[in-house]
Design a binder for this molecule. Structure first.
Ligand code: HEC
Ligand code: HEC
Length: 396
């Protein structure tokens, strides 16, 4: 008797739960019409629910901040980002050189483009692109341009240049439009994003840039540690310098102070715009790649974008030409290797009384300082970002 009551109870529980499950699926499964979803599912792993591209910034950015995005436009953009049909010989997509597990960078100095060609610079990691448009983009007074030589003003312009680049995707825009129209899976996605079946070159670039703008890393251990500081004491540079962060180890905290004193003058905290948009960090006396100097009329030889250091542990090799394979090599460069290039930035120079002139800084970090600095740089890694499904490859 007792047993059958228990059994009855379990059975009714099961009924209740399975019903819920069913209801859950029914409620959510109508985002795409049935036949559209069947078509999409032949090619893509796209959940039949609206994708959530919302980003909540850590509190220390200022409470309640975070951009929102057009879900349908970003979803279309994500499929375009991962689609090899957007390259001339259908061999590479944006994601070939911007891999999610590597914080949307690549693990070789120069990436493979179409027809086995190579890029002329190291692929840039994409983890902080979101902040450009929302907070530093065209509507703001600070603008962070794109590429190592800052030559593109917006994510849209960047995408247009990359698609056309002979070493990367080798396309022209009419062919891009044709390829998109040829692929059946775009029909429902375009319908959702634009309420029509046709799509223009502008709309394709708009969708790609909407997706790249969603790619935001906001939850590294360092972000979490700064949130604790923010909750307890507020957030300011001074506060940050004079307090150790509860969530970080002693070594990491020591590294933080080295970073704030010697590196943040250019790279800033990882939470926003670099302090200077471009700089010369003394890699060479003579630059084969002249950087901004190659495209500007003033003397900017050897000047390059100051890149974000978010997820830096994962974005090796380093620098515009991928010359350094490890963070140890990078730190050694700053410690003893800075070259006296005429454009070397002031932040990396020091006045020598002996020679009565400015000379490249030699930080001469001790072994433990180097190890602490690197331990700190590793707190910029954001595991959630690396695994977030809204950014992942949708193709089956
Ligand atoms: C063949 C490899 C390759 C492909 C394919 C590729 N990229 Fe890139 N990407 C790079 C390289 C290399 C750079 C740096 C180039 C430079 O600065 O001159 C870069 C830079 C960028 C930047 C600038 C980031 C910054 O912080 O300035 C963005 C954004 C970007 N790519 C997005 C995309 C998108 C979107 C696509 C697809 C339309 C794409 N990439 C396709 C290799 C590639
Ligand atoms: C004068 C400004 C400046 C200072 C100060 C500075 N950097 Fe840099 N950093 C740059 C520039 C510019 C680049 C890109 C240079 C290039 O590729 O030609 C760079 C590149 C890097 C990279 C490679 C990033 C990538 O994605 O490849 C790392 C890592 C780095 N810096 C760490 C540091 C550390 C650690 C310190 C302090 C010891 C520091 N930087 C100080 C300007 C600066």
């Amino acid at each position: 008797m007792k047993n059958s009551i228990v059994l009855l109870f379990i059975t009714s529980l099961w009924l209740v739960f399975s019903q819920c499950g069913k209801d859950g699926i029914d409620i959510e499964s109508n985002y795409y019409a049935e036949e559209d979803y069947a078509l999409l599912s032949q090619y893509l792993n796209i959940p039949n629910v609206p994708a959530n591209y919302q980003i909540k910034f850590p509190d220390y950015y200022g409470p309640g901040r975070g951009p929102s995005f057009n879900t349908d436009l970003a979803t279309l953009g994500k499929v375009l980002f991962y689609d090899v049909n957007l390259s001339k010989d259908r061999s590479v997509s944006c994601a070939s050189c911007h891999k999610q597990e590597l914080a949307f960078s690549d693990d070789v100095a120069f990436s493979k483009g179409i027809e086995n060609r190579e890029t002329t610079r190291n692929s840039l990691a994409l983890g902080s692109v979101f902040s450009f448009n929302e907070y530093y983009g065209p509507s703001s007074s600070i603008r962070i341009p794109f590429f190592w030589d800052n030559r593109a003003e917006s994510a849209m312009e960047q995408a247009a240049q990359t698609l056309k680049n002979e070493n990367e995707m080798g396309m022209d825009m009419p062919t891009v439009v044709e390829r998109v129209k040829d692929a059946p899976y775009y029909v429902p996605l375009i319908q959702k994003a634009f309420g029509k079946t046709d799509i223009s070159a502008y709309e394709i670039l708009n969708a790609i840039s909407e997706f790249t703008n969603t790619i935001g890393s906001v939850n590294s251990r360092y972000d979490q540690a700064l949130d604790v500081l923010y909750a307890e004491k507020g957030f300011s540079f001074q506060n940050h310098l004079s307090n150790s962060l509860d969530l970080l180890t002693t070594k990491e905290n020591l590294g933080k102070n080295i970073y704030l004193s010697n590196c943040a003058s250019c790279h800033n905290n990882i939470n926003g715009a670099p302090n200077v948009l471009s700089a010369n960090n003394g890699l060479d006396l003579v630059y084969t790649d002249k950087g901004i100097g190659a495209i500007s009329t003033t003397n900017n030889i050897g000047m390059f974008k100051v890149p974000t250091l978010r997820n830096i542990e994962l974005t090796a090799p380093y620098m515009h030409d991928g010359r350094f394979a490890t963070l140890e090599e990078v730190v050694e460069h700053y410690s003893t290797g800075i070259q006296d290039h005429p454009n070397l930035s002031q932040e990396l120079k020091t006045y020598s009384e002996e020679n009565s002139q400015y000379e490249p800084i030699k930080f001469n970090f001790t072994d433990s300082e180097k190890a602490n600095l690197i331990a700190f740089l590793r707190t910029f890694t954001d595991e959630e970002f690396l695994n977030k499904e809204v950014y992942s490859d949708p193709f089956k």
